[in-house]
Design a binder for this molecule. Structure first.
Ligand SMILES: [Fe+2]
Ligand SMILES: [Fe+2]
Length: 275
């Protein structure tokens, strides 16, 4: 039986600043009509959950209202950015921020077995961090790969691993940084994922490299203007449907919901400040 995942991402939800709630609710209606086996939010669930707990609780409540099976993984706006991005000036992940996230959304890294496949969801912000939980996550990766058996592996994490190549040296804040990326890929060497699905860029892209399919889910809410973010793929809101077959085949596609406007963060200076 096909397992259908609706990957939503970068919902950036808040009750006090509900700029992107309307689009989220439109997506919810579309999802309820098709009834996926799992809704997976790949991070930046909340607008500013790293500093405002009420954004975390509001985002969780909005997901509950959808009435569908849902799982989460954290983005930088939910529990702070990777420690090695501290130079970018954003709040970084701490045990306290992470604990708040866990209280609202459950485990920040997890596995789920479905026919023919194992989903491995990671906390991208823990990669390369000095928190004790980073070691727990590494252990979970080792366990997930060692016991994979004949299943295919689908990796989900907030940030894409890279733009074009696994060895690209740039530290951009857009992709997993080179050192933690190298470490992660080394851990996955014996069980390379067939599918790597991410969010964070607010652009949809579907590409293949070395036998793996890299799918970037767009934001359900908004895009980022070209003058501050290059065009990597498609700047359009929506979600991604992944169909995982028991025999290991797989399909992913962008789904755009009619009547759902592609908002631009430049038009919402109250969200994160003027651009
Ligand atoms: Fe985002
Ligand atoms: Fe993000």
């Amino acid at each position: 039986m096909t397992f259908r995942i609706a990957q939503i991402s970068d919902t950036h939800l808040s009750a006090e600043k509900p700029f992107f709630v309307g689009n989220f609710e439109r997506i919810g209606e579309a999802l309820r009509a098709t009834g996926p086996d799992l809704v997976l939010n790949s991070g930046d669930i909340s607008l500013s959950g790293e500093s405002k707990e009420s954004d975390l609780s509001a985002a969780r409540a909005l997901h509950e209202a959808m009435g569908l099976p849902v799982r989460f993984l954290p983005g930088n706006h939910d529990l702070g950015d990777s420690q090695d991005l501290a130079a970018h000036g954003a709040a970084v992940i701490t045990d306290e921020r992470r604990a708040r996230y866990l209280a609202h959304f459950g485990p920040d890294f997890w596995t789920l077995d479905v026919p023919g496949w194992r989903l491995l969801a990671l906390n991208a912000q823990l990669l390369g961090s000095d928190l004790a939980a980073a070691v727990d996550q590494e252990d979970a990766i080792a366990e997930a790969t060692a016991s994979l058996g004949a299943r295919k592996l689908a990796l989900f994490l907030h940030m894409p691993l890279f733009d074009k190549a696994a060895d690209e040296p740039a530290m951009t804040g857009r992709f997993v940084d080179p050192a933690p990326r190298r470490a992660l890929l080394a851990r996955l060497r014996t069980a390379a994922p067939a599918l790597i699905a991410s969010g964070h860029i607010h652009q949809y892209r579907d590409s293949w490299l070395d036998g793996a399919r890299h799918v970037w889910a767009p934001s359900t809410g908004y895009v980022i203007p070209d003058r501050i973010q290059p065009i990597y793929g498609l700047k359009q809101v929506g979600f991604v449907e992944h169909r995982l077959e028991p025999d290991g085949r797989q399909e992913s596609r962008l789904v755009q919901v009619p009547g759902m406007p592609t908002l631009n963060i430049a038009d919402f200076p109250e969200a994160y400040g003027a651009i």
